[in-house]
Design a protein around this ligand. Structure first.
Ligand code: CP
Ligand code: NVA
Length: 307
């Protein structure tokens, strides 16, 4: 049976752990020139209705590295721009290609594609979540810290799509997640409220960023206005000011704490140049791991099928 990746919660804890292990192995194989061409003869479609640097290029590179062929599509150059139903698109694409990677606005779009396509559908970011990002980030944390045991992540800023995926990851893996969001900018309440109850106090909403980062192993930043919310940027700028990751805030965290940012970053807004350019913020190692994690994901879903 096909598997989709629409949310981190589509995976069991053991599967997340195995996927990260596989990504670490494939990273070493890529460096050694021994990566198996497990996608030879496979075609992966990428439908992107929002801009992307990392996700698009790392998915295309992952497919090429594994010997497959990617086809990149935007809304404009497909019949999506003329409102062809996604259910029809899904049942057409499945006749041509082996998997579909989708970046879109409404999360229901990826659900609709997954429901109608007989091939795996991978969420490459929706307004609601960004599972590939957080899975790769967990790989980075495991590499930097050696383990995901006894982990505390402090999310500082907007309760956006990436924050929602962190909640899903914390629910699955049971690590501690402190969410420091300005009032009114908390993550999706339908996800958050049951998560606060279910996590036995491990997922916490902490309005004060100083308190949220105290005891954290990882501080995490993302833009204050996500794609599609640019018109709110000015209003948000004011509300989010106390949530900037700067040297002062970092000094409230333990000395071993690292800073991650999914990128693209707006220096001087959610993070200062000083912090992002420092050794405390391995953001380019983090971006690199998108490639390795997605190689592992594609190999699992449509390549060797092993995890
Ligand atoms: N982090 C991330 O998803 O970046 P892109 O928007 O460039 O893909
Ligand atoms: N929250 C950001 C993530 C970008 C990778 C956005 O949706 O724009």
């Amino acid at each position: 049976m096909k598997r989709d990746l629409l949310s981190v919660r589509d995976l069991l804890a053991e599967e997340i752990s195995a996927l990260i292990g596989k990504a670490v192995k494939m990273k070493a194989e890529l460096a050694a020139g021994t990566l198996p061409k497990s996608l030879a003869g496979k075609i992966v479609g990428l439908i992107f209705l929002k801009p992307s640097t990392r996700t698009r290029i790392s998915f295309e590179a992952a497919v090429f590295r594994l010997g497959g062929h990617p086809i990149f599509m935007t809304g404009q150059d497909t019949q999506i721009s003329r409102h062809e139903p996604l259910a029809d698109m899904a049942r057409v694409l499945e006749r041509y290609i082996d998997a579909v990677v989708v970046r879109t606005f409404a999360h229901s779009d990826v659900e609709e594609l997954a429901k109608f396509a007989s091939v795996p559908v991978i969420n490459a970011l929706t307004d609601h979540s960004h599972p590939c990002q957080v899975l790769a980030d967990l790989m980075t944390i495991r590499e930097k810290r050696g383990t995901l045991e006894n982990l505390t992540v402090a999310w500082v800023g907007d309760g956006n799509n990436v924050a929602n995926s962190w909640i899903n990851a914390a629910l699955r893996l049971g690590f501690s997640l402190n969410l420091a969001c300005p009032p009114g900018y908390e993550p999706d309440r339908e996800l958050l409220d049951p998560a606060l109850l279910k996590s036995n106090g491990k997922i916490r909403l902490i309005a004060d960023p100083d308190e949220a980062v105290a005891g954290a192993d990882v501080l995490y930043a993302d833009v204050w206005a996500s794609m599609g919310r640019e018109d709110e940027a000015k209003v948000r700028m004011e509300a989010f000011q106390p949530y900037q990751i700067n040297s002062r805030l970092l000094s409230c965290a333990p000395p071993h704490a690292i800073v991650l940012h999914c990128l693209p970053a707006h220096r001087g807004e959610e993070i200062t140049s000083e912090v992002i350019e420092s050794a405390r913020a391995p953001v380019f190692d983090q971006a690199e791991n998108r490639l390795h994690l997605q190689m592992a994901l594609l190999d699992w879903l449509i390549g060797s099928r092993e995890l």
